[in-house]
Write a protein that binds this ligand. Structure first.
Ligand SMILES: Nc1ncnc2c1ncn2[C@@H]1O[C@H](COP(=O)(O)OP(=O)(O)O)[C@@H](O)[C@H]1O
Ligand SMILES: [Mg+2]
Length: 434
């Protein structure tokens, strides 16, 4: 039995989200804007528009404040929906996690970490969190809506058009640079290991730039210590060898640079270096296979890949205190200035299509009977008393000081087409071993 359901529920059903939650949300632990938030103002992408003190500035949010438009994606513990704020009409992405499922698979800490990471980070290559709130059944995070979908869909488009090909080097380079900036910021400014780098977790914003989302597996270091993890986590094809072998030393931030190597390879060639139908074989390849960069690879990209896909984490590019700087010094990036990448000064090659007036309905499933089918199949996770361990999620609630950050990165543009959710995508989700 797969860990995750592959059923889609109908959008009509999502309208239930528009109803007020059964119980009042937990008391708000309203956080003041941190210095991170202020850094948002430095970048062009965040400067647009004036920041008025609206209802959003002043109050914590509840589900009743949003209309659900459609489902954007489904993941391990819940789903992400496109929503519209009822009074401001701004669009956001609402990520909803089922509490019982999180408890059943001991991932409640992951949800709190995710909120913690998203709350703090103000960076052009990282998705922003506006509100976090909860009700009896679920945790909710209101995020920037990024209308370009995720990189999985962008790579899938290429695979369909011409199997075996990837993005042109310049396009892959800019995405990889943006991912590297986001990851480097997490490592160096916040002592956070991301641990789940893969195309599904990199979103494309309205201007075509890449941003990291999904911090459910991220690990925050305690003050003064370098983040180190021991859990066997991630998605099979992107796991670093030290995670696969589960050595007693655990793993550190170098896992993210391995992940960047796998992703850059996939962006350039349309498939990962350790591709296989069978997860055990994927893991075996990660640990044992001779890694040979395809001959057709751009020479500077090949040199970078060879240094990123080094099995010994201590010898891998990006390990050590000056890791991010070492990575940035590689020739592959030479056509780019890192400051300009940060400022989003390079026009993206692919920009999401113009938003239609109304989003396309999710018309592929009108079956109302599977209301809860998006939940992961965990025995005992469903039913019973809601929120039986409310303390586990204490402090989840959050409200960003909107007057510090300006308006959301909302959908000037929006994806017209319904995102394709292929069988292979579901398969990869199932491979997310936690
Ligand atoms: N802010 C967003 N804007 C647009 N699409 C999103 C957004 N966040 C998530 N998605 C879509 O939903 C999917 C699942 O979201 P994610 O946060 O990765 O959840 P999970 O932790 O369950 O993997 C993503 O792969 C992406 O396709
Ligand atoms: Mg994800």
């Amino acid at each position: 039995m797969g860990l995750f359901s592959s059923r889609k529920s109908s959008v009509k059903k999502e309208a239930k989200f528009a109803e007020p939650p059964a119980a009042a949300p937990a008391p708000a632990a309203v956080a003041a804007a941190s210095s991170d938030d202020l850094s948002l103002q430095k970048t062009e992408g965040f400067r647009r528009g004036s920041a008025l003190a609206t209802k959003q500035d002043l109050e914590a949010a509840t589900l009743a404040d949003f209309d659900v438009v459609r489902v954007l994606g489904r993941g391990a513990f819940g789903k992400v929906s496109l929503v519209q704020h009822k009074t401001s009409h701004e669009k956001y992405a609402l990520k909803t996690l089922n509490k019982k499922m999180l408890v059943a698979v001991k991932q409640s800490k992951g949800a709190i970490t995710e909120r913690e990471v998203l709350k703090q980070k103000g960076h052009p290559c990282i998705v922003r969190l506006y509100w976090a709130f909860q009700d009896d059944e679920s945790l909710h995070m209101v995020l920037d809506y990024l209308p370009g979908g995720d990189l999985y869909d962008r790579i899938e488009e290429l695979r369909e058009a011409a199997p075996g090909t990837g993005f042109p080097v310049a396009r892959a380079r800019l995405y990889a640079a943006e991912i590297a900036l986001g990851v480097g910021h997490l490592h160096d400014a916040h002592g956070v290991i991301y641990r789940d780098l893969k195309p599904e977790n990199v979103l494309v914003d309205a201007e075509g730039h890449a941003r990291l989302t999904d911090f459910g597996l991220a690990r925050v270091a305690a003050p003064g210590e370098a983040a180190r993890g021991k859990s066997f986590c991630g998605t099979a094809e992107y796991m670093a060898p030290e995670v696969v072998v589960r050595g007693k030393e655990g793993h550190d931030k170098a896992v993210d640079w391995w992940g960047l190597g796998v992703m850059l390879w996939e962006m350039l060639h349309g498939s990962t270096p350790f591709d296989d139908e069978n997860h055990a074989k994927v893991q075996k390849k990660i640990v044992e296979d001779v890694i040979e960069v395809p001959a057709a690879t751009d020479a500077a990209a090949a040199a970078l890949l060879t240094k990123l896909l080094v099995r010994d984490p201590a010898a891998r590019l990006g390990a050590g205190p000056s890791g991010t700087a070492d990575l940035k010094a590689m020739d592959f990036w030479q056509p780019l200035s890192w400051d300009k990448v940060y400022e989003r000064a390079y026009p993206a090659e692919w920009i999401p299509p113009e938003a239609g007036a109304a989003p396309e309905p999710d018309d592929d499933d009108d079956d109302d009977s599977d209301d809860d089918e998006w939940h992961m199949h965990v025995p005992g996770a469903m039913g019973g008393k809601p929120d039986s361990k409310p303390d586990l999620f204490r402090g989840f609630t959050f409200r960003r000081e909107a007057s510090f950050v300006g308006p959301p990165e909302t959908a000037k543009r929006g994806s017209k087409e319904q995102l394709t959710r292929t069988a292979s995508r579901m398969k990869r989700q199932e491979s997310k071993l936690k």
